[in-house]
Design a binder for this molecule. Sequence first.
Ligand code: GLP
Length: 240
Amino acid sequence: MKVIITENYEEMSKKAADVIADVVKADENAVLGLATGTTPIGLYKELIAKCARKEISFKNVKTVNLDEYVGLPKEHVQSYDYFMKDNLFNHIDIDIKNTNLPSGVAEDLDAECARYTALLNKMRQSIQLLGLGSNGHIGFNEPKTPFDSTTHIVSLTQSTIKDNSRLFDNIDEVPTKAITMGIANIMNAKKVLVVASGDNKAKAVYSMVKGPVTEDCPASVLQNHPDVTVIVDKKAAALL
Ligand code: GLP
């Protein structure tokens, strides 16, 4: 694991955007595994700026997102589909047909999990971007998720519902279930990039980098991946 500690969120975002831009420059057909949450918003802004300056193009790039809430239609402002369009896809030269998210409103969610895993097997991520839940979750793989899991439906933990409620009008509106890439799907990426910022992530960052590899901290599995870059600001790195 390569760990880079930055002064602040802005520097974390710039450095992380450079890592993704390098992947796109090296392969115009790259498959980007993307993440939602507030942490990647700054790096998405940097990618939008690089695209506007014509330093990179997403014309032939394909994307696969980590996860989606169950029950929120695509048009819902809190859906991850909406988030990706609003924070990235609508502002770059990507073909929207090349973007993929699991559907949280599919009639048959088990079939949707199988469809998404099959898609991921065909489209191995050149790089997978990850944020970090304060309990060490990646995607929506909560503590105790088996390391060999593929796309599945999860019941969100109370701590994740509480963390994510800040983005909803009230906590009762936060969906209690989600569909997420499994840990095996994440580990299959050629490269992994983790970003984290702020002191509420310090414990999870420590467990990911220095803790034992255990299903109690899903992010700790990344110690077993051969090509991981962790970019965190100094508040998130406080316990390292
Ligand atoms: C959600 C997402 C994760 C994300 C996490 C942290 O639970 N499913 O993919 O990493 O939130 O979000 P934030 O970056 O807002 O702290």
